[in-house]
Design a protein around this ligand. Structure first.
Ligand SMILES: Cc1ncc(COP(=O)(O)O)c(C=O)c1O
Length: 410
């Protein structure tokens, strides 16, 4: 495994240091929290689009949509400029609006709840399950009212939610399931790729995500009707985009039938997307090798709770979130992050529970103590670097730094 991790995703060996005897100072080679994988295929693809003279949404975006739909086994894929936009539009086509309630997890990025707010509905937060930190179907069931219109499950860290339980609940109460798959491109649930497990699935191509175009997003659905509405809504509510009108004498004609948005992706981003999509399986394999190496390094460390991977899923390993506690059970998040920072290693925290933000505390009428599982996890959770370009030696250095921080437990 270590040998593989010293290779680039294209399989080429990375040059070895020429001075192996001189020991680098611990923080001489910083390990960032994330490094996007951009190779020559991405650079060539972007150059070709720039040279083509068509920069905005056009043929490359269509190609990306077709390839993406095929990769996740969905009927339709509609490219947009962020996952936030994807979720906003998914909520609109599902008919969610003012006066409605939408249930989602407290353990997510603010964008999930923000999209619900854009639709006019009120986000209703629920607690998570301790192993995956994904929303708890039991907690969802307890929050369903006659105003509930949809459930927005978030595949935290790349681990798919319990879709059987969520879909069963949705079916019983006639709710839509609108998945936030910002973390879970390449994940599977019971052998099915994330992308068709819900009525709509929204992906993020933000720079740290499994497929990165800088900014960008995609929404997939099997509904022809939703796909058509999503295409119209993402570009001003116009019935024909510029590419479809291009080269046609009467191309200036279009109609605006509904209030739309300026949410389209560009062909420059789509070129990056196509190149990154072709590497997805390889990139996921490398992240899963890193996850396995972390596991090996942390075996038997009692202070740590390692991320779960339930038997029915294939994890995307977008994040590797450990939970560190002292013997009394108190969270050691800040101590671990400080120790890593002292050695030049980047780390992060996913997520600050939504109700800890003043806006959502007020809007969701939730106080500290309302979501005990997510709150306890937050005290202890540290996201460690995990990206395809990481070497085995870097993974070991991160793990050793975490372990030595734990040894200083008073
Ligand atoms: C769980 C989750 N949902 C949604 C988003 C928003 O994605 P985007 O920046 O593409 O809008 C993020 C981004 O980090 C996220 O982590």
């Amino acid at each position: 495994m270590g040998r593989h991790l010293n290779r680039t995703p294209s399989g080429k060996r990375q040059p070895r240091k020429t001075t192996p005897r001189t020991r680098a100072k611990p923080d001489a080679n910083p390990i960032p929290f994330h490094r996007p994988y951009i190779g020559s295929a991405e650079i060539k693809a972007v150059e070709a689009v720039i040279r083509s003279g068509w920069l905005t949404m056009g043929p490359k975006t269509e190609e990306f949509e077709r390839a993406f739909a095929q990769y996740v086994h969905a009927e339709h894929a509609i490219a947009v400029n962020s996952c936030t936009a994807a979720m906003h539009l998914a909520l609109l086509v599902a008919g969610v609006g003012k006066g409605d309630e939408v249930i989602t997890t407290v353990n997510t990025f603010c964008a999930t709840a923000e999209a619900i707010e854009y639709s006019g509905a009120r986000p209703v937060l629920v607690d998570v399950e301790d192993d995956t930190l994904n929303l708890s179907p039991k907690a969802v069931a307890a929050k369903i009212t006659e105003r509930t219109r949809a459930i927005v499950p978030v595949d935290f860290a790349g681990h798919p939610c319990d879709y059987d339980a969520i879909r069963a609940l949705a079916g019983r109460h006639k709710l839509h399931v609108l998945a936030d798959a910002a973390h879970s491109l390449s994940a599977h649930y019971r052998g099915v790729p994330v992308g068709t497990l819900a009525d709509s699935t929204s992906f993020s191509f933000y720079v740290t995500k499994p497929l990165a175009t800088g900014e960008g997003g995609m929404v997939t659905t099997d509904s022809e009707e939703w796909a058509e509405a999503l295409r119209v809504l993402r570009l001003h509510g116009m019935n024909r985009d510029a590419w479809k009108r291009y080269g046609n004498a009467m191309g200036w004609r279009y109609e605006v039938k509904v209030l739309g948005y300026k949410y389209n992706l560009t062909d420059v981003q789509a070129a990056l997307g196509c190149a990154q999509l072709r590497r997805q399986e390889r990139l996921r394999t490398r992240r899963s090798e890193i996850a396995a190496l972390y596991r090996e390094c942390f075996a038997g460390v009692e202070e740590l709770q390692l991320p779960a991977e339930r038997p029915e899923v294939r994890h995307a390993w977008h994040l590797f979130v450990i939970r560190a506690r002292d013997r009394q059970g108190a969270g050691l998040r800040d101590r671990v992050i400080q120790a890593l920072a002292d050695r030049g290693i980047g780390a992060s925290v996913h997520f600050i529970p939504l109700h800890y933000h003043p806006y959502y505390a007020a809007r969701c009428r939730a106080r500290p103590g309302a979501f005990p599982v997510a709150e306890r996890a937050h005290e202890a959770a540290v996201s460690l670097p995990i990206y395809p370009g990481m070497r085995a030696s870097e993974v070991r250095r991160v793990a050793n730094t975490v372990k030595s921080a734990l040894l200083h437990d008073a």
